[in-house]
Design a protein around this ligand. Structure first.
Ligand code: FPP
Length: 250
């Protein structure tokens, strides 16, 4: 594993890694256990991913923890996920403070159960001055919801005469999103073998490298993060330019 870590070029780390943590339910089924067992074991993967990313020097990591579509799951599973979230935040805050990690959240947070919302806000408040890495939890999040909200806010500003339609640029649109101030992810990882984006950070991942890993989320360990970063670094990021143009600027 140290071999793998040594292959990472620390000068070319992605600043922001986004993760779709998928496959908890299937992993549990594989082990003959209820779905909640998968979510519980997924917490250890969250810990490993966060620690490994922070140790390397990644500045932001965004985890898709609960999508707006997830409300459609059986009530018992939704409740279990919300309880797990509260427990995990309460339990991990001290470790996050010790490791200088800041917690943030994106999504329609006010619609979370009161207890989850409260634990989340407490976690955010308690870690707000930490500077090593920011862990962003996407909770009750959907990219289409986020984009609609930004569009409405900008339209409202235009109606009120605060901005003109022609003032709207990529930069002002960025600033209207819940990820305002956060660099766009250069690497998006999805576990479980599914190759979909599932309404996650649609605007922000315009140029992200995509890594689809054939493992379930509870199986995710630091070496998977290392390997995904190595693969990312070995790919040529061209942003629509030619190889020669990239070589000349490097
Ligand atoms: C996807 O697996 C996973 C989720 C919807 C929840 C992720 C939550 C955690 C890992 C635990 C809590 C997280 C934090 C940040 C404290 P799935 O249930 O969709 O799996 P399946 O596709 O196999 O059914």
């Amino acid at each position: 594993m140290e071999d793998l870590k040594a292959q990472i070029d620390l000068q070319k780390l992605p600043k922001h890694i986004a993760v779709i943590m998928d496959g908890n339910g299937r992993w549990a089924k594989k082990h003959g256990q209820p779905r909640v067992f998968g979510h519980r074991n997924g917490v250890q993967s969250v810990r490993e991913a966060t620690e490994a990313a922070a140790e390397l020097g990644v500045e932001y990591m965004t985890l898709y923890a609960f999508s707006t579509e997830n409300w459609g799951r059986p009530a018992a599973e939704v409740n279990a996920l919300m309880t797990l979230l509260v427990q995990t935040i309460r339990k991990e805050i001290a470790t996050m403070n010790k490791n200088n990690i800041r917690l943030m959240a994106i999504g329609d947070l006010e619609k979370l159960p009161a207890k989850s919302h409260k634990a989340l806000l407490e976690g955010i408040e308690s870690t707000k001055n930490n500077t090593r890495m920011t862990l962003v939890l996407a909770l009750n999040y959907s990219a289409k919801w986020e984009i609609m909200k930004a569009v409405r806010n900008l339209a409202q500003d235009a109606v009120e005469g605060k901005i003109k339609p022609e003032d709207i640029s990529e930069a002002t649109f960025d600033a209207a999103l819940s990820t305002k101030g956060i660099p766009h992810p250069e690497l998006l990882i999805r576990t479980s073998g599914e190759q979909r984006i599932s309404n996650f950070l649609l605007w922000q991942i315009a140029y992200a490298e995509l890594a689809f890993l054939p493992i379930f989320w509870p199986e995710f360990r630091r070496q998977h993060l290392y390997q995904a970063i190595i693969d990312y670094q070995n790919r040529e990021r061209r942003f629509g330019k030619t190889s020669d143009q990239i070589m000349n600027t490097d």
